[in-house]
Design a protein around this ligand. Structure first.
Ligand code: ZN
Length: 87
């Protein structure tokens, strides 16, 4: 086997590793996300949200919780209900 052939095999292997790394990264991230705690459940539709999913919901704003100095972050659930979480 010539040097050129070894180099091309290494290049192909590196390329395949690179191509495989992206879906592996996505799968690993999803698996890790499932280990994280549910931080919010929607009482209207039953959906539950972990941190990453919560941050992907449409953001409405922040409001005072009415108990002095604390704030609630408001986001819309996929069903359309407005959810709040201490900010
Ligand atoms: Zn909902």
């Amino acid at each position: 086997m010539g040097l050129a052939k070894v180099c091309s095999v290494r290049r192909v292997a590196a390329f395949l590793l690179f191509i495989a790394a992206v879906p592996l990264y996505v799968v690993a991230r999803r698996a890790l996300e499932r280990l994280r705690p549910v931080i919010k459940r929607c009482r209207a539709c039953g959906a539950h949200y972990r941190r990453v999913a919560w941050q992907k919901l449409s953001y409405l704003g922040v409001m005072d919780d009415g108990f002095g100095g604390h704030h609630l972050e408001l986001r819309n659930c996929a069903c359309g209900s407005t959810l709040s979480l201490p900010a």
